[in-house]
Design a binder for this molecule. Structure first.
Ligand code: BTN
Length: 259
């Protein structure tokens, strides 16, 4: 069982002061965190579950959430303009990849926008969701799902050739409490920098170092069209720049396939 006190004791946060809730099984940690944030007012909260019945991925896809994985939502009320909310997903991706690397020494990377990759295969993802509060301020739920102590055979068959787990890559189990508090500490450290610099430029620079998309030939489905070209960078809003022939296209959201 995940011990909430081990997570709470490992927190070294300054920008956010979250309380930790751990549940056995739940529909979705993001859904619970959303409800708590809109009721709790100022309080930041971390929700972690042993498993999820209706875990959500990007585009409302089902996020397969068996026992052994890390399913966590960090609910925050950022002191930022609403327009920056999408960049918090980018920030969270960087935080998760750093935490995995620090803890396991595995070379975790990001696929645009926030897929967490190990050996070129998906090992986790980030779902950030916006919440409008009653007082018209906003909150953000940073949902992180990581295939941690699950084995590759726990993954749905249709994903097995595209996904992996930390257990598979490392060959041993790791502490979910430790990964949880490390990720939150990494989120907090970056948030503190963003608050003091009033800019996401350090996060965007870091994303450029940690990603494995830029420079590759990609196929991107943004829901309305399929764009094929070379990924050249990201904009200050986190959109992906793709060079198609002699022109450049900016993609705000979509699924990327590395060719
Ligand atoms: C993706 O599609 O890559 C993002 C997956 C995010 C899944 C996590 S698991 C914890 C949190 N609760 C959810 O329902 N989803 C996110």
């Amino acid at each position: 069982m995940i011990d909430p006190q081990v997570i709470q004791r490992g927190l070294r946060t300054v920008a956010i002061k979250p309380r930790v809730i751990v549940l056995d099984t739940i529909d979705s940690t993001n859904s619970l965190a959303k409800g708590l944030l809109s009721r709790a007012g100022d309080e930041d909260v971390i929700v972690v579950a042993e498993s999820q019945q209706s875990g959500r991925g990007r585009y409302n896809r089902h996020w397969h959430s068996p026992l052994g994985g890390l399913y966590m939502s960090v609910a925050v009320r950022p002191h930022l303009e609403e327009g920056n909310a999408a960049l918090l997903g980018i920030l969270t991706g960087c935080a998760a990849v750093s935490a995995i690397h620090e803890m396991t020494k595995l070379a975790a990377r990001l696929k645009w926008p926030n897929d967490i990759m190990l050996s070129g295969l998906k090992a986790g993802g980030v779902l950030s969701e916006f919440v409008t509060m009653r007082d018209n301020t906003f909150g953000v739920i940073l949902g992180i799902g990581i295939n941690q102590n699950t084995s590759s055979k726990d993954l749905p068959t249709e994903f097995r050739d595209r996904a992996t787990t930390i257990l598979t890559e490392l060959g041993r189990e790791t502490s979910r409490e430790e990964l949880a508090y490390r990720i939150v500490n990494e989120i907090d450290r970056r948030l503190a920098v963003v608050y003091s610099e009033l800019s996401f430029s350090s996060v965007l620079d870091e994303w450029m170092e940690l990603n494995e998309t830029i420079g590759k030939t990609v196929m991107v489905d943004d829901g309305t069209q399929i764009v094929r070209g070379v990924a050249t960078g990201i904009t200050s809003a986190g959109s992906l720049r793709v060079r198609v022939g002699s022109s450049e296209v900016e993609i705000r959201a979509g699924d990327v396939i590395h060719m």
